[in-house]
Design a protein around this ligand. Structure first.
Ligand code: ZN
Length: 238
């Protein structure tokens, strides 16, 4: 089984009735219900559960961490962000969704501001598959059509992705690198742009398919218990 942990700050769904209608038990539960299958098991953590909810022990038992956050990024303790970063470097997979571009662990992993332009007018989005041979794009046609999504636009100030899987286009003309893959030491990181809290994005079967594909892609094949820089005292040959 692939052990997935979903972190959702879980604020909008509790404070805003219109958003609660879209995600009655929270984005994390909507995702859990659709992602769990014979190969994937999911545990969920919210902001209220931090810092213990993402302890070193929890992360050690997590193969792939999924992160959704928006208005309470700053309340995530720095120690949690550092733990997540270290866990990824050791080999854990991580998937950052939508406004998690500004989350502490994502910024730490990227090493840049991770800024972008944003506009919320209910535009539709086409999420174009630009690398149909990539594992994360399997089962998706030429594009995913989302009736409504927040328009994110370039420049997206992240490092050049190691692999780019999707580019999003919007009614207003913006383009955005919507599916970016990174390798960070032993771990794999995927950023996926769709998922504004007031739209039904995480009910779309193709979006769930992308996330399942990404879980399999990010599932570690190699993990180390510690990051070490050993002194090799003797040469290989005398
Ligand atoms: Zn948003």
């Amino acid at each position: 089984m692939i052990r997935v942990t979903i972190y959702n700050e879980y604020v909008h769904e509790r404070e805003d009735e219109a958003i609660r209608e879209v995600y009655p038990e929270g984005i994390h539960m909507t995702l859990k219900q659709q992602l769990e299958d014979e190969e994937i098991t999911v545990r969920t953590v919210t902001l209220d559960d931090l810092p213990d909810g993402l302890s070193d022990e929890v992360l050690a038992e997590t193969d792939v961490l999924i992160w959704w956050g928006h208005i309470r990024h700053r309340e995530v303790p720095d120690e949690v962000a550092q733990r997540v970063q270290q866990a990824v470097l050791k080999g854990m997979g991580a998937i950052f969704l939508h406004s998690a571009h500004h989350s502490k662990p994502f910024r730490l992993l990227m090493g840049t501001s991770c800024n972008l332009t944003w506009r919320e007018d209910g535009d539709s989005e086409l999420v174009w598959v630009i690398n149909p041979a990539h594992p994360i794009a399997q089962g998706i046609g030429r594009f995913i059509k989302l009736e409504h999504e927040e328009a994110y636009g370039e420049p997206f100030t992240v490092p050049e992705p190691d692999e780019l899987v999707f580019i999003g286009t919007y009614d207003g003309g913006e383009v955005f690198r919507s599916g970016c893959c990174y390798r960070k030491e032993n771990g794999r990181v995927f950023y996926f742009q769709p998922g504004h809290e007031s739209y039904r994005t995480y009910h779309h079967p193709d979006v769930i398919r992308v996330l399942k594909n990404a879980i399999h892609w990010a599932n570690p094949i190699y993990r180390v218990p510690e990051l070490v820089c050993p002194h090799v005292k003797k040469p290989l040959e005398d």
